[in-house]
Ligand binder design. Sequence first.
Ligand SMILES: [Zn+2]
Length: 81
Amino acid sequence: MLIDENNKQAIKAIEIAIQIIENYPAFSTTFSQCSECKRNSAKGGMLCTSCLEDELAEIVGCQKAKEFHDNVKIISGRMVN
Ligand SMILES: [Zn+2]
């Protein structure tokens, strides 16, 4: 498939999705302040899940971004328990 603008958006969405997942690590890791909102904690200088969800929402829409984030929370919760 050719790389066009839609593909770039799709790739960006996947990259953000991966970062959201990485904010729910299976093992304890270093968290610091979010570089965007300066309010929430975020893994190793990345954005917090709230800011990442906002970024993802710009590409896939608020509903899909929220659904994805909710699913990550559920899955990570299951892995912990
Ligand atoms: Zn943030």
